[in-house]
Design a protein around this ligand. Structure first.
Ligand SMILES: Nc1ncnc2c1ncn2[C@@H]1O[C@H](COP(=O)(O)OP(=O)(O)OP(=O)(O)O)[C@@H](O)[C@H]1O
Ligand SMILES: [Mg+2]
Length: 436
């Protein structure tokens, strides 16, 4: 290994580009890999100039948008990401939050023109591992090379042990920690998203009393999951949004509603706002912050969405470790599902298309469209077919009896259980997430 490093260093002194080309694993232990994200190309250039010949710091990637950063960060594998405030496509605090949630061994350091204490507090509570004051003058950007050097080293030290633990396999990537976010989505209204999301969340909570499960009703204007649960929530997602930066286990405990099931199992419920007008105050970045907080406390969070692809729905799709795309057995649903898949494939949305599975709902034998034709059309893994069963939905589900109807040997409940089995959950870790 020593010999390999020697060769690498010799290359480094001649040209930084050569160093990148001979990137091999022993070298990766010795350099601090830095990625820089700033919408202003001249700021990136200033950073590049400062970081040239500052071994062991190596500027491995520069990008101008937050979404590009999120889509390549896993492959680039930096130790530190420098994020300049003022990124245009995504709020930079949100970017910091997402990096912390999805890449715990990466240290975000913010370059900010703000110098007031409250901004600093916001940065640190979002998960930034350092902040550097920058200024824009007529002569160009003012950034201290020494401060950059110092903050990068400090941030690297803060995440070094996380990286080592991950490398030793002590921690697995986020999706296998048992901290799942399952987003139930369909671009078509009325296909059965909500009933399925509620049924799935209830079964998940019932299956393992130690598993912490939450259900979020993201149909912010007209959410009805509380009706399916037969629950009158005293708080809603608006309360979580208002307190997201100071949430701890006791505040969270007081802000979520609980559905207690037979046998003492509990499902935590985060309802849509009580008043449809309050929905307008909630934007995608609020919702992303709520998911990040929930991920710390719940093994599984099931998210019920609406058909509209808004910034709120996108936040749920981006945060998802699994996306269950519900499609019913009719031409309109199939067409809309196809169109939505086309749209979501756009890399700008930064959605993990590999996380999507299909769930067919309201399947009956008299339709001319056969379920196997729908499955082969989408070329997605299909987790199950839920039969159409009007009597069950009218007499049990729609009148709030679902929690007690789960014990029935009903074909719908059977199909839900089959889907749950197909999700193959890891056993939840007991030390992590933080317990409520
Ligand atoms: N498998 C099924 N068989 C019969 N009825 C069903 C089935 N699944 C759902 N339903 C019924 O279809 C209606 C719409 O269901 P649901 O509210 O879950 O749809 P949704 O996709 O969430 O709608 P929205 O887009 O408005 O939020 C409800 O009355 C529900 O009970
Ligand atoms: Mg719904």
């Amino acid at each position: 290994m020593g010999q390999t490093m020697g060769i690498a260093l010799a290359h480094k002194s001649s040209t930084t580009r050569n160093l990148k080309m001979i990137e091999i694993s022993p070298l990766r232990q010795t350099t601090i890999r830095v990625m820089a994200v700033a919408s202003d190309a001249s700021l990136i250039e200033t950073i590049r100039l400062h970081l040239t010949d500052r071994f062991p710091i190596e500027l491995v990637q520069t990008l101008q948008t937050g979404r590009q950063c999120l889509s390549v960060i896993g492959d680039v594998d930096p130790n530190v990401v420098l994020i300049a405030d003022g990124i245009e496509d995504i709020n930079f605090l949100q970017l910091v939050r997402q990096i912390c949630a999805l890449h715990p061994a990466v240290a975000p350091v913010v370059l900010s023109q703000a110098d007031d204490l409250s901004s600093y507090h916001d940065l640190m509570s979002a998960g930034a591992r350092g902040a550097i004051k920058i200024a824009n003058s007529a002569q160009g950007w003012i950034v201290s090379g020494e401060e950059l050097d110092l903050r990068i080293h400090q941030a690297f030290e803060l995440v070094r042990s996380v990286k080592e633990r991950l490398a030793r396999g002590a921690r697995k990537p986020a999706t296998t920690l048992g901290r799942e976010i399952i987003t139930v989505y369909s671009p078509k209204g009325g296909v059965g998203k909500s009933a399925f999301a509620v049924g799935l969340a209830l079964l998940l909570a019932q299956q393992d009393a130690k598993r912490k499960v939450a259900l979020v009703d993201l149909n912010l204007q007209f959410g009805i999951d509380s009706v399916y649960l037969n629950l009158q929530p005293h708080h809603s997602i608006s309360d979580l949004v208002a307190n997201v930066d100071s949430l701890n286990s006791s505040t969270l405990e007081s802000l979520v509603s609980k559905k207690v099931l037979d046998g003492g199992c509990e499902l935590a419920f985060i309802s849509a706002p009580a008043n449809a007008r309050q929905a307008d105050d909630i934007v995608g970045q609020n919702v992303a912050g709520v998911f990040q907080a929930l991920r710390r406390y719940f093994d599984v969070t099931v998210v019920d969405t609406t058909a509209t692809i808004s910034d709120v729905t996108l936040a749920a799709l981006q945060a998802a470790s699994r996306i269950l795309l519900v499609c019913s057995q009719d031409m309109l649903a199939i067409r809309q599902t196809r169109a939505a898949l086309e749209l979501l494939r756009d890399p700008e949305f930064a959605i993990d298309m590999g996380a999507i599975s299909l769930v067919l709902n309201r399947i009956n034998s008299y339709s001319e469209i056969k379920p196997e034709s729908i499955e082969s059309l989408f070329e997605l893994p299909c987790l199950g077919r839920i039969p159409e069963h009007n009597a069950f939905f009218e007499t049990e589900v729609n009148v709030g009896n679902l929690p007690s109807a789960l014990a029935d040997s009903n074909p719908v409940v059977k199909a839900w259980k089959g889907i749950l089995a197909g999700l193959k959950f890891e056993k939840p870790l007991r030390q992590n997430p933080e317990r409520l």
